[in-house]
Design a binder for this molecule. Structure first.
Ligand code: PGA
Length: 254
């Protein structure tokens, strides 16, 4: 069986000023060699901080990621940032298709797929987000919706270095989480759909993260579920203390 190194990624969203860089240094202080052997740690600060976070993150053995990128490598796109620009600053990852961008910026699956392709073109690993709304789950449509998002948001020729994040929209920033059984069902299903999309056994290498109200108190339980290969953490990634308490779950998970 392919061993997938767990990945815990922090999504700072539109939070963080210069003073927040100290949190990255503090994360490095708690990310000891035993933990480094067990999981990969990534921080996705706002674009304004990526350049200045770069050396700090390298010293701390923490990977850097962007929160979004444009599909084009450069050009007349005021306010946008390309995957190549993120790569240039030392980023290794970029989140694409987060539900806040799908909802707040009208991003369709086709746009998300184009952004994921741009990330791969630039040498970044896209963290491609999918997840159902509360209404979709209540209607019994969660699997269908996520299956369709995977089919339409993942570039068909993706390598197994892409990351997929299952983030139920209703669990983001709400303190609510799905049951362990629901997470297990969705992640097993997601891996099947990723295989159907990519083929060639590649899904065995793709890391599928769970995201939505991951906290120190629930990380151990959620990260122990089969086919959960890490977490995409929002609110609890802003403070090193909380983020590292989540990472600590992997000290004991076999
Ligand atoms: P949350 O956000 O951890 O604050 O729920 C997760 C995310 O949106 O990635």
């Amino acid at each position: 069986m392919t061993r997938r190194c767990p990945l815990v990624a922090g999504n700072w969203k539109m939070n963080g000023l210069l003073a927040s860089l100290a949190e990255i240094a503090a994360m490095g202080g708690a990310y000891d060699s035993a933990l480094r052997a067990r999981l990969e740690l990534v921080v996705c600060p706002p674009a304004t901080l990526i350049g200045m976070a770069s050396d700090l993150a390298t010293q701390a053995s923490i990977g850097l990621g962007g929160q979004d990128c444009h599909a084009a490598p450069s050009g007349a796109h005021t306010g946008d940032i390309s995957a190549e620009m993120l790569k240039d600053l030392g980023a290794r990852y970029v989140i694409v298709g987060h539900s806040e961008r799908r909802a707040g910026h009208g991003e369709t699956d086709a746009i998300v797929q184009a952004k994921a392709s741009a990330a791969l073109r630039a040498g970044l690993a896209p963290i491609i987000c999918v997840g159902e709304t509360r209404a979709e789950r209540e209607a019994g449509d969660a699997l269908r919706v996520v299956g369709e998002q995977i089919e339409a948001s993942l570039p068909a020729d993706s390598p197994d270095t892409i990351v997929v994040a299952y983030e139920p929209v209703w669990a983001i920033g709400t303190g609510l989480t799905p049951t362990v059984a629901d997470v297990a069902q969705m992640h097993a299903f997601a891996r099947e759909r990723i295989e159907a999309r990519l083929g060639g056994g590649k899904s065995a290498g793709v890391r599928i993260l769970y995201g939505g109200s991951v906290k120190p108190a629930n990380a151990g339980e959620l990260m122990s579920v089969a086919n959960v290969d890490g977490a995409l953490v929002g609110g609890a990634s802003l403070a090193a203390k909380d983020f590292m308490a989540i990472a600590e779950a992997y000290r004991v998970i076999g």
